[in-house]
Write a new protein. Sequence first.
Length: 231
Amino acid sequence: MDFSPVTNFDRQVLALFNGSDSPFLDSLMVTLTSGATWLPLYVALLYLVIKNNDTLAQIALVVASCALCFFITEFVTEGIVKPAAARPRPLNDPEWMYMVDIVLDRKSTDYSFFSAHASNTFGIAIFFCWLVRNRLFAALMVTWSLINCYTRLYLAMHYPTDIMVGLAFGAVAGSVAYLVYFLAHRTMTVSTRYISSQYTKTGYSLADIDVVAWVLALTYCAVNIFALITL
C-alpha cells in the first residue's frame, strides 16, 4: 500500500510525540504500553459486570461480546490489514528510523498500519461506554485508550494515521459488539429503564463504577512509582 500522500504529515506529527530526554517518561511509557499493566483494570471491569448482572448467562454474554470485539479488532489488524499494507513501523522505516528516538532499545519487527493497540483498547472502551452509559466512566475508559495510543507514538511504534484509523475501527468494532450484545440480551430479560441516583439507566451501580475508577487511579499511581524507582 502506498502511504506517500500522508508520509510528510505523519512524520511531522510523530516528531511532536516521539521520545524525550526524560528517563522517567521513557520508563513510564514502556510500562503504560504493556498489556500486563492493565490486568487490574480488566479484573475491575469483570467485577463490574458480575456485580451488575443477575444471571450467569447475562455475565457470559457480556464477556463473549468483549471477546467478539477483541477478535474483530485483532483479526482484522493482525490477520488482514497489517500483512496487506506492509507498512514498516517508524522505528523500522529505512528512510526514517535514524530520525526517531528509540526508547530503551525497544524493537518490533511486525507492521505498523493500523494500530492494534488503538483498535483493541478503543473497541473495548466504546463497548463499555454503550453498556454502562455513564459520562464519568466513559471519560475514564476513553482516556485510558488514548493514553495507550500516546505511548505508541512516544515509542515510535506507530504513525499518527495508524492510530487514527485504529481508533475509528475500534469504535466500529465496539459498537458492533454492543449491537450483538443488545440483540441477544433483550431475548434474555425484560427491558428495564433504571431511574435512580444510584444506578445508570442500564442498571450499573455508581458505587461499582467508582471501584473501576479507583483501580484505574491506583494503577496510574503505581505505574508512576515504578517508573521512578527504575530510574
